[in-house]
Design a protein around this ligand. Sequence first.
Ligand code: HEC
Length: 204
Amino acid sequence: MNFGPLIFLGIFLSLASSWCGLILIPLFQFGKMEPVTIEMTGEIYPQPKGGEAKQGMSVYRSNGCIYCHSQQVRPRGFGADIERGWGSRRSVGRDYIYDNPVLLGTMRTGPDLTNIGQRQPSEDWHFSHLYDPQITSPGSNMPPYRFLFETRPIRNGVVSENALKLPANFAPEDGFEIVPKKEAKALVAYLLSLQATAPLPEAR
Ligand code: HEC
């Protein structure tokens, strides 16, 4: 007996059912999701990222931050994310409607960054941390991203406004200063934009 058509049908059905489950049904659930107005504040959430923060998202992608950092807060009872202070509520589909691609991440060698803009709002902190994580977090196993900064001679004896304020053991030679390149500025703008705190009804 020729089992060819039966085997074909079996393969077709299993591929078709996973396509429905993984693509079609999520598309119906999330595909037409719109931003909402938050009742308490009148604010529209989420907002698309603009300018520098948007560029920073590609710096984040190209530097592999996603290999160590997630951007998804699990609900209470499914992990200690909220207890750890990684978010005030769980993440929901609506949080990501403007992200393309969505940078959920799969590994947590470092903390979740869904709300890092709120948890650590200081630009200076982020610049020092990216330049060398040992400055702000001794013992950290996050790699330094020094290539996002430029070491240059101090011009006319006046230190630039955006020069890093580093502790003595990380400071450059006398007469030099370290300033963030545009990639570092964009990356920090992106990190500061990561704030998913709006109280969405479906996230309660
Ligand atoms: C090899 C893994 C690894 C990579 C790659 C990595 N990180 Fe980290 N990151 C960590 C670890 C571990 C910590 C916790 C210790 C610390 O603060 O440095 C951390 C901490 C952080 C924090 C502070 C989080 C908090 O809650 O205080 C930020 C912000 C951050 N990383 C951003 C980045 C960005 C941006 C990139 C890409 C340019 C990146 N990380 C790449 C491992 C990594």
